[in-house]
Design a binder for this molecule. Structure first.
Ligand SMILES: [Zn+2]
Length: 251
């Protein structure tokens, strides 16, 4: 019985993390001083009506309203529900692989949220948040220098340099050949952050996984755009790398 309550609580908590991620994904790229991370309260993107308290409860709100806004009846994008489910599953995974009382666990959770937000934001808007990438760099270096969690301190430092450097160099080459930027500078910083967290040795596999994910997204999408969201693939690739690492180190 106790375990059922624990699971229930964890799923709701994961759902809240998912809503928090949705909020960051939708608000960070908005260039409007009236919409900040803390204000205004959550509202319907269509009719701008403020959501009631019970509409803020993860899963419940979506199911009760059958995925529609109560005021204007317009369908709410399924992405909100997907983000809640993804994080509910993630929190259950963390519960089984890590110690919830250890502060390092929560640093890892915030790293995964950051990677997820960067991915989804890049997919929707082709924008990446600089403060989030800087957070990844600081968190990664701190985690590996002080507790050698994912890798050795020197590998984390090299990861920052290689991650940033490799995309920077590819872009310089592209500039020489085609005289335009081929890769956004946001991607350099993101891969630098990923390198700081998982080490220089992770850059190869994550870059390979990331570009394959981004290319598959391109082929799956009906509307072909000129720019590809490389950051989307990098973020998802890094999350897979992280989950595999936690799973293997737990086993
Ligand atoms: Zn509405």
């Amino acid at each position: 019985m106790e375990l059922i309550f624990t699971y229930f609580f964890l799923i709701i908590f994961g759902g809240c993390l998912g809503s928090f991620a949705s909020m960051l994904i939708h608000r960070l790229p908005v260039d409007d001083h009236l919409i900040t991370l803390s204000k205004p309260r959550s509202f319907c993107p269509q009719c701008k009506a403020t959501l009631d308290f019970f509409q803020l409860i993860p899963f419940v709100s979506f199911l009760l309203n059958k995925g529609k806004c109560l005021k204007c009846n317009v369908k709410i994008r399924i992405n909100y529900l997907i983000n809640e489910i993804v994080f509910a599953v993630f929190v259950l995974f963390i519960f089984h692989t890590m110690n919830l009382l250890d502060p390092i666990t929560w640093l890892i959770v915030s790293i995964v949220i950051s990677l997820y937000v960067q991915s989804m934001m890049d997919m929707e808007t082709l924008l990446l948040s600089q403060p989030i990438s800087i957070f990844l760099i600081i968190a990664g270096l701190g985690l590996n220098i002080f507790v050698e969690f994912f890798t050795l301190p020197i590998d984390a430092l090299l990861g920052l340099i290689f991650g940033y450097g490799i995309l920077f160099c590819i872009n310089q080459l592209h500039k020489i050949i085609r005289s335009t930027d081929g890769i956004g500078s946001g991607d350099f910083l993101l891969l630098g952050g990923i390198g700081s967290v998982f080490g220089a040795s992770s850059i190869g596999p994550i870059l390979l996984m990331g570009s394959s994910i981004t290319l598959s997204l391109y082929f799956l999408k009906k509307k072909k755009e000129k720019q590809l969201p490389l950051g989307f693939g990098l973020g998802i690739g890094a999350i897979f790398y992280c989950l595999l690492f936690l799973f293997l180190s737990d086993a």
